[in-house]
Design a protein around this ligand. Structure first.
Ligand code: GLA
Length: 504
């Protein structure tokens, strides 16, 4: 923050009043960003200069800022935009000048104080890009359960591997792979397109897909022809996280479009909605889409994504959610995956058939973790009754990665019909034992070693509530385990896991 203030002060001194250029800076300016997909995303600068003071707003692809500090004129100016995001203030700083018909914009790299990221804004009519008004929030009621997701959803999602590069061909490729590589038979079902599929709205306000997805209905037909289901993504805000068109003010209309295309799953991501609504309003906002999806009459899984704010696990089911993200975004990294996975213990009571905690999608196979770490990822998600949404390129998996994603015994634990999420039974330093009760009376027991060296780990059957124990199987090696001694002992690799299914 210090250098930001410094920049503003320096400019205040340098900016002499140049009356003739006052009008030159005031007005509505837009920078256009294209991703090569036909969807145009704009950042708006609505500026009003009086003397050396600049007021107005900045609307980026995701956020809406009020100008809180603004000094200078057409020759040289600096503006600081500010917005509240929940309890946190977000800020954005630009410096710039008018050059002919354009507004040149720079941001300053704080560490080195150098100016960078040059973008060029053009004048647009006043009012264009103004923040849309809030939609009236409905009275709260309980949205009827849609009968879906009796077990945690399984499938694939485009974001972790492809982000903004996902297209029709990639989605078809994933469907082909899933239908032929054993995943479909193992229970994987949904092929979910995440952010960046959206185009602009047509004259009737209908959402269109951008050039990467020429025909969404045809794509859904294709995915269905493979015995799979198609998921899509939107936001209750005017914009998605990647700055594409959101469903704000078009909720019913979009739900109908999704249903008409043959969509089976919607991930609905808060993002741009934070400019319009407070966290406390989230349940009412999510209820709008919960109702809209039900009203289509098509079975559509409703996946709530607002990063676990406002204890979503307490109200997610009431607004029609089948699953709700409990944390911020996962990365393909041991620290990210374990920080998320091992922090889910207290949420176990909130998961039940039809309604699941979602600690985010799988990173298995994306390359930055070892096989032991990916086995920990898969085992922990199974203990947590978490959705199993692969996030890698299914067209090019190594045998060891497919073995992790396709392990039937681990999948059976995740998908267990009792639908009870597991929890931590004990922890000692870097070693943790988690258990999950299963429908047939057996117990899944996972011995996790989060430490940097292999470690011997022990579990006494009596300590995990097993007075009588019958047979046990190590689900990663498929070996039978001798349950006659009172305890089980094994050396668990660094960042690895041993997971057992113990039948009483
Ligand atoms: C958010 C979500 C991610 C992904 C991106 C897309 O960050 O949490 O899972 O959907 O948006 O922009």
């Amino acid at each position: 923050m210090r250098s930001m203030h410094a920049a503003v002060v320096v400019l205040a001194v340098a900016a002499s009043p140049v009356a003739a250029q006052t009008r030159g800076l005031s007005g509505n300016w837009a920078v256009e960003n294209t991703n090569g997909d036909g969807a145009i995303r704009r950042t708006y600068f609505m500026l009003s200069q009086q003397g050396d003071s600049i007021r107005g707003s900045i609307r980026t692809t995701q956020f809406f800022y009020r100008i809180k500090e603004g000094v200078g004129n057409a020759e040289k100016f600096a503006i600081v935009g500010s917005m509240m995001d929940g309890a946190n203030e977000r800020k954005v700083t630009y410096e710039g000048r008018v050059a002919g018909d354009s507004l040149l914009l720079f941001t300053r790299r704080r560490a080195t104080d150098t100016l960078l990221t040059r973008s060029v804004a053009r004048r647009v009519p006043d009012g264009e890009g103004a923040m849309p008004v809030r939609v009236a929030l409905p009275a709260r009621h309980t949205v009827k359960y849609n009968g879906l997701a009796k077990a945690p959803p399984m499938g694939w999602n485009s974001w972790n591997k492809f982000a903004g590069r996902v297209d029709d061909a990639a989605v078809r490729g994933m469907a082909d792979a899933m239908a032929s590589n054993g995943m479909r038979n193992a229970g994987y079902e949904y092929i979910n397109i995440d952010d960046t599929w959206e185009g602009n709205r047509d004259a009737q306000g209908n959402i269109t897909s951008n050039s990467k997805f020429p025909d969404m209905k045809a794509l859904a037909d294709y995915v269905h022809s493979k015995g799979l289901k198609l998921g899509i993504y939107s936001s209750p805000g005017p914009n998605t996280c990647a700055g594409y068109e959101g469903s704000h003010g078009h909720e019913l209309q979009d739900a109908k479009s999704f249903a008409a295309w043959g969509i089976d799953y919607l991930k609905y991501d808060w993002c741009g909605a934070r400019n319009l609504y407070s966290d406390e309003e989230m349940p009412a906002v999510y209820q709008i889409m919960g109702d809209a999806l039900l009203a289509t009459g098509r079975p559509i899984v409703y996946s709530i994504c607002q990063y676990g704010r406002l204890d979503v696990w307490k109200w997610g089911a009431d607004v029609g959610g089948n699953l709700w993200r409990t944390t911020g975004d996962i990365r393909d990294a041991w620290d990210s995956m374990t920080r998320i996975g091992f922090s889910q213990n207290d949420l176990a009571p909130y998961a039940k058939p039809g309604h699941w905690n979602d600690p985010d999608m799988l990173e298995i196979g994306n390359g930055a973790m070892s096989d032991d770490e990916y086995r920990t990822h898969m085992s922990l998600w199974a203990i947590l009754a978490a959705p199993l949404l692969a996030g890698n390129d299914l067209r090019s998996m190594t045998p060891s990665i497919s073995a992790i994603l396709l392990n039937r015994a681990v999948i059976a634990i995740d998908q267990d019909p009792l639908g009870k999420q597991g929890s931590r039974a004990s922890a000692s330093g870097d070693q943790e034992i988690w258990t999950r009760p299963l429908a047939d009376g057996s117990i899944a027991v996972a011995l996790f070693n989060r430490g940097a060296a292999a470690a011997p780990m022990k579990v006494r059957w009596a300590d995990i509530g097993l007075s009588k124990h019958g047979s046990a199987i190590d689900v990663w090696t498929s070996r039978r385990v001798d349950t006659s001694p009172a305890e089980y002992e094994s050396t668990v690799p660094s960042h690895g896991v041993v997971m057992l299914r113990v039948v009483r």
